[in-house]
Write a protein that binds this ligand. Structure first.
Ligand code: URP
Ligand code: ZN
Ligand code: ZN
Ligand code: ZN
Length: 443
């Protein structure tokens, strides 16, 4: 096991969401004890030289499915590597530290909720101060579209996108926002994959709705043209819902919206199935387990496509990979900031170094990588989790069970302050009238 006590990170550029400064960072017993120039530290602590490197808050992946049992099989990456009734939601939020719930509008006859059920779930989330998250795709249209594709003899991975085009995602996104607005509930749209759905989220924010959109590494780093690849296994590897979009300008567009705060946070939706698991759908695309990788490469892909490209600066990078998630899910500044008393989750980042992503060198269990061959500027040199070096010189230094559940408190102010005020000031009131005294038709 790595260090348990003091670490001094010397001479790096500390990057938070709002500012950057050359500073030392001193860590002890899992916490950041001090941040400042030329810190005087007792002899004997480990010193990591971060000259010409960035010192970033540890990334927070907002969305993963480790070991998910799904579509007849189980996701291969686990936590080491890689609706019920109203009362239970309340118990989870009040006593168990769970402050977000994901609702599905897709996967008909499995997870899909009707509008009235969404309404009830959003109302309950609001009552208990949780974040209502939604997988926004019209499940009825997907089911009909899939039947149509199969009847036309389209059984391969391209059928997956063709049966659920962009408008299927955009319609559900708009519907979820409308239902959430009806109960004045904040809404978090997971895996925003298309230009159309992203525009819906962006327009809603401009209309004053409390809505957060989460693009994922896959949608920002690659596209759906792969579904038309002649190699079945290659094409199937990209199958996820909502699908990657064949319009190759989609990733850049999503990145522009992320850079400009139309979209708020990034996850990965990491849900990995090896090629032989994907092959459950070799003759029928509806049976291909849905999900792609991303958890290992998210930071590099977003740096490359976001910061290296000039679309966002290093501070916005920290906001969308870490701080905003910590604020939404209500553990900021314990996480998401390099500051005194914050948890010592730190990445020492070399913005100039490059690496080429490949399944041959990745640490995930899955046997392919949707970013295969992508060259990324921005490489993590050292990763520190709760004060321990967990990655250094290309080697992971972790053991199963080292991760910790973070108990999250409901009613995140970042999310709920505006909602509470609106409830106070914008209650509709009845018009005071004299009683109607005329005739009433008899029925
Ligand atoms: O295809 C996906 N997204 N798989 C994971 C389950 C989900 O819908 O998020
Ligand atoms: Zn989903
Ligand atoms: Zn391809
Ligand atoms: Zn997911």
């Amino acid at each position: 096991m790595a260090e348990t006590t003091g670490i001094l990170i010397k001479g790096g550029k500390v990057v938070n969401e709002d500012c950057s400064a050359i500073s030392d960072v001193y860590i002890e017993n899992g916490k950041i004890v001090d941040v400042g120039p030329s810190l005087q530290i007792p002899a004997g602590v480990r010193v990591i030289d971060a000259t010409d490197k960035l010192v970033l808050p540890g990334g927070i992946d907002t969305h993963t499915h480790m070991e998910l049992a799904f579509m007849g099989t189980r996701a291969v990456d686990d936590f080491h590597i890689g609706t019920k009734v109203k009362k239970e939601m309340e118990t989870l939020a009040k006593e168990k530290g769970v402050n977000s719930f994901k609702m599905f509008m897709a996967y008909k006859n499995v997870f899909m909720l009707q509008d009235s059920e969404l309404y009830a779930s959003f109302a309950q989330c609001k009552k208990i101060g949780a974040i209502a998250q939604v997988h926004a795709e019209n499940g009825d249209l997907i089911a009909e579209g899939a039947k149509k594709m199969l009847s036309m003899g389209i059984t391969g991975p391209e059928g997956h996108e063709l049966c659920r085009p962009e408008e299927v995602e955009a319609e559900a996104t708009q519907r979820a926002i409308t239902i959430a607005h009806a109960v004045n509930c904040p809404l978090y749209v997971v895996h925003v994959m298309s230009k159309s759905a992203a525009k819906v989220v962006s327009n809603a924010r401009r209309d004053g709705r409390v809505v957060f959109g989460e693009p994922i590494a896959a949608g920002l780093g690659t596209d759906g043209t792969h579904y038309w690849d002649k190699d079945w296994a290659h094409a199937a590897g990209f199958v996820m819902g909502p699908p990657l979009r064949p319009d190759p300008s989609t990733p850049g567009y999503l990145m522009d919206l992320l850079a400009n705060d139309d979209l708020s946070v990034t996850g990965t939706d990491n849900c990995t199935f090896s090629v032989c698991q994907k092959a459950l759908g070799k003759d029928d695309f509806t049976k291909i387990p849905n999900g792609v990788n991303g958890v290992e490469d998210r930071m590099s892909v977003i740096w490359e496509k976001g910061v290296h490209s000039g679309k966002m600066d290093e501070n916005r990078f920290v906001a969308v990979t870490s701080s905003n998630a910590a604020k939404i899910f209500n553990f900021y500044p314990q996480k998401g900031r390099i500051a005194k008393n914050s948890d010592a989750d730190v990445v020492i980042w070399d913005p100039k170094m490059t690496r080429r992503i490949s399944a041959k060198t990745h640490h995930q269990a899955v046997d392919y990588n949707i970013f295969e061959g992508m060259e990324c500027h921005g490489v993590p040199i050292v990763t520190i989790s709760r004060g321990k070096v967990v990655y250094e010189a290309g080697q992971l230094q972790v053991s199963p069970g080292q991760g910790r559940f973070i108990h999250r408190v409901p009613f995140s102010e970042f999310v709920y302050k505006r909602i509470k005020q609106r409830d106070q000031v914008s209650r509709p009131t009845a018009v005071t009238r004299k009683p109607y005294e005329g005739k009433v038709v008899s029925v």
